[in-house]
Design a protein around this ligand. Structure first.
Ligand SMILES: [Zn+2]
Length: 189
C-alpha cells in the first residue's frame, strides 16, 4: 500500500485506488468515491495560482503569480502554495497560531488574513522537511492536460468541468466533511 501525490504535493492518494498495476489511471467509476472526488478536484487545482502570490498580485496581474505546487487542507477549502510561499505558510502554521485552525472551514481564510496583513516567515526560515517517498515505485504524475485528457477519456460522454461540478449543487462551496478522513495533508509538526 503506497501513498502517492499526484500533480501537486500535499494530498496523498492510495496508489492502488487510483492507478492500475500498469500505472495508468483507473476509469473514474472504478475508483472509490473519496479519492475520485479529490482527484477530479485536483485537475482543477493544478492550474490555479498560489494563494499567496494571488494576494500579492491580484487578478489584474494574475500572470505574475506562480502556479501552485502544494495543496494543503480539505477539498473545497484548499490552500494552494508555490514553493516560495510554502515557507510563509509553514511559519504561520507552526509559529503564528495557524495550527489551531487545522481542519476548520476557516483554515484558508485565517492564513489569507495573516498573509494579507503582512505576515511572513523570517528570512531564511526553513523547515521544508518533505518526506521523500520511494521514487522508484511512483508512477510519473501526468501533467494537467494529461490528467484532463485521461479523466475525460475515461468518463465517456460526461466531460468534467470541475469549476461547475463543485459549485453547482447548492450554490456555495460549503461541504460537510465532519468526521471524514480525507487523507489530506498538514505539516507533520
Ligand atoms: Zn506564491
Amino acid at each position: 500500500m503506497a501513498k502517492v501525490s499526484i500533480g501537486l504535493r500535499g494530498w496523498r492518494f492510495e496508489e492502488s485506488e487510483v492507478f492500475t498495476e500498469d500505472g495508468e489511471f483507473k476509469p473514474l467509476d472504478e475508483m472509490p468515491e473519496e479519492p475520485r472526488d479529490r482527484l477530479v478536484r485536483l485537475t482543477y487545482l493544478v492550474e490555479q495560482p498560489c494563494d499567496a502570490c494571488y494576494l500579492v498580485h491580484g487578478e489584474a496581474a494574475v500572470e505574475q503569480c506562480r502556479q501552485a505546487a502544494i495543496v494543503y487542507g480539505e477539498p473545497g477549502d484548499e490552500l494552494l502554495l508555490c514553493g516560495t510561499h510554502e515557507a510563509d505558510f509553514l511559519y504561520w502554521y507552526r509559529e503564528a497560531g495557524g495550527k489551531a485552525y487545522r481542519g476548520e472551514p476557516t483554515f484558508r481564510d485565517r492564513f489569507h488574513e495573516w498573509f494579507a496583513g503582512g505576515g511572513r516567515a523570517p528570512d531564511g526560515y526553513g523547515g521544508l522537511d518533505h518526506v521523500e517517498t520511494d521514487p522508484e515505485n511512483m508512477p510519473d504524475p501526468p501533467d494537467p492536460e494529461e490528467i484532463h485528457r485521461r479523466l475525460n477519456d475515461n468518463f465517456e460522454g460526461r466531460r468534467i468541468d470541475m469549476r461547475e461540478g463543485w459549485d453547482d449543487e447548492d450554490g456555495d462551496e460549503e461541504i460537510d466533511l465532519d468526521g471524514v478522513d480525507l487523507g489530506t495533508d498538514y505539516p507533520s509538526r
